[in-house]
Write a protein that binds this ligand. Structure first.
Ligand code: DGL
Length: 271
């Protein structure tokens, strides 16, 4: 059985892990929530590179992972090149805001992008954006850094989550100006799918929300050379999943129960 390491700054990467567990039933997973160092999105690139290196080293040395999924847009933007340089033979899959998918879906050409400041300020994001804009000139992206939103989701704080979603959606003019009304909203941080019910309610049914869990899971299966298998739905057997947190393991256990339908219990990781 293949072992796949997955990490994020906190609980957000569970939105990617959820798709991985379903799409790759023949693998086991070790998930690291770096909650003691969250949020990554408002940290320096060097700090995120250092954390990503440490976690990758732990997963490689102590869990002999066969592949690594960087289930964090911010860490992908800042650290995935460095991780690939350090582990040239390890398949490493990153997560990027789904601009291309959104461009293909949008009818009006107006697309909102919610992401962390770190992701939106990165060179990698600028390159991705110009690639998509060059190939689809009718597309206009309104990009909004969402300071505090990942943190509110991390702390399971519904009041702040609601308030920040309202503020940031207004900022991308999702609700105000009919000539620039977006019809597609990219959730460019793996924490945001857990705020999808709030965002959906605020945007209304005319706006498609685009997230990345499923394409990342399919890509991971492909890079590992695992054939398309019957997808697995239902409770996740605890032996398939180890949950580690550099912060409060009880918070990760609760989030996993709620979002992954598993009885796995998280343990503390010092790394
Ligand atoms: N979940 C992460 C992402 O996809 C990072 C959120 C944060 O720690 O700021 O960017």
């Amino acid at each position: 059985m293949k072992t796949i390491g997955v990490f994020d700054s906190g609980v957000g990467g569970l939105s990617v892990l959820r798709a991985l567990l379903t799409e790759i039933p023949e693998a086991q997973f070790v998930y690291v929530a770096d909650s003691a160092f969250a949020p990554y999105g408002e940290r320096s690139a060097q700090a995120v590179v250092n954390r990503s290196r440490r976690i990758a080293a732990h997963l490689r040395q102590h869990h002999a992972v066969d592949a690594l999924v960087v289930a964090c847009n911010t860490a992908t933007a800042m650290a995935v090149d460095e991780l690939r340089r350090i582990y040239p033979h390890l398949p490493i899959v990153g997560v990027e805001p789904a601009l291309k998918t959104a461009a293909a879906l949008s009818r009006t050409g107006h697309i909102g992008v919610l992401a962390t400041r770190g992701t939106l300020d990165s060179v990698r994001f600028a390159q991705l954006r110009s690639r998509v804009e060059d190939s689809a000139p009718r597309i206009h992206f309104s990009c909004q850094p969402c300071d505090g939103l990942a943190d509110a989701i991390e702390r399971a704080d519904p009041t702040t989550t609601q308030r920040l979603c309202e503020r940031y959606l207004q900022a991308v003019q999702a609700l105000k100006d009919p000539t620039h009304r977006i019809d597609t909203l990219v959730l460019g941080c793996t924490h945001y799918p857990f705020a999808a019910p709030v965002l959906r309610q605020l945007c209304g049914s005319g706006v498609a929300l685009v997230e990345t869990g499923l394409p990342v899971a399919r890509r991971t299966r492909a890079v590992l050379g695992i054939d398309a298998a019957a997808v697995h739905r239902g409770p996740v057997a605890p032996f398939r999943l180890q949950l580690l947190s550099t912060g409060d393991p009880a918070a990760l256990t609760l989030a996993a129960q709620r979002w992954l339908c598993t009885s796995a219990t998280a343990v503390r990781l010092v790394c």
